[in-house]
Design a protein around this ligand. Structure first.
Ligand SMILES: C[S@@+](CC[C@H](N)C(=O)[O-])C[C@H]1O[C@@H](n2cnc3c(N)ncnc32)[C@H](O)[C@@H]1O
Length: 203
């Protein structure tokens, strides 16, 4: 039988220093639960295609996906807010961010995602900050529904929510999937890439 040898990923090209950091993070990705390269490339492209400028990441870890987000934001001239409750991980991420995208505005938040999301919502309601136009969900799979309930209120119309681990953790993420698929205010699609991602666009 003939085998299909089509190359499936042609990622953005970064300079040697950035590539070196990405490659070293890829070697430890199972330990830090990072995205695979194809999913990270997709995330980077989505931000650029949507021209997103105000991105929220839930689940920083050591910053692998954050680097891909920041590289997209270099192009769209945007800003990243990223949440992690494990201080040590986020300090590794901050070092990586400083080397890979030193000029992109960054707001690292340490704490439980739901609490930080509530704080962000309060600031938005008090007109102290703008709504987000892109939310990447990649933290506690059992809390995806709660993340969405707040994310929905702090996301602009036309904004995107991308959630990871939809297929690898389908039992935990099923309530999230069902909620989005029954929400007429969102257009959603599950993508069989990496751990399985669900992309949802707010009407
Ligand atoms: C799957 S990893 C994130 C990987 C990262 N997005 C990447 O691809 O490089 C999930 C991260 O979320 C953090 N986390 C899990 N539950 C959390 C919560 N309730 N609040 C804040 N952070 C949480 C974990 O400590 C972990 O570092």
């Amino acid at each position: 039988m003939e085998t299909c040898e089509i190359k499936k990923v042609n990622t953005a090209y970064f300079d040697d220093e950035v590539e070196e950091i990405l490659s070293s993070l890829e070697r430890t990705r199972c330990e830090f639960w990072n995205l695979d390269r194809a999913s990270a490339n997709f995330l980077n492209m989505l931000i650029k295609i949507n021209n997103s400028k105000n991105v929220l990441e839930i689940g920083t870890s050591n910053g692998y996906s954050g680097i891909w987000i920041l590289k997209a934001l270099e192009e769209t001239k945007g800003k990243l807010t990223t949440i992690e409750f494990w201080e040590k991980r986020q300090s590794i991420a901050r070092k990586n961010f400083k080397i890979c995208a030193p000029n992109v505005p960054l707001e690292p938040k340490i704490g439980s995602a739901i609490v930080v999301l509530q704080d962000l919502e309060e600031e938005i309601n008090a007109l102290k900050r703008e709504k987000f136009d892109f939310v990447f969900i990649d933290a506690n799979k059992k809390e995806y529904v709660e993340y969405f309930e707040i994310a929905d209120r702090i996301l602009k119309s036309g904004g995107i929510i991308l959630a990871d681990n939809i297929l690898t953790h389908y039992e935990k993420t099923l309530p999230y999937v069902n909620m989005l698929f029954s929400d007429k205010n969102y257009q959603s699609q599950i993508i069989e890439m990496g751990a399985g991602m669900m992309i949802s666009r707010k009407n």
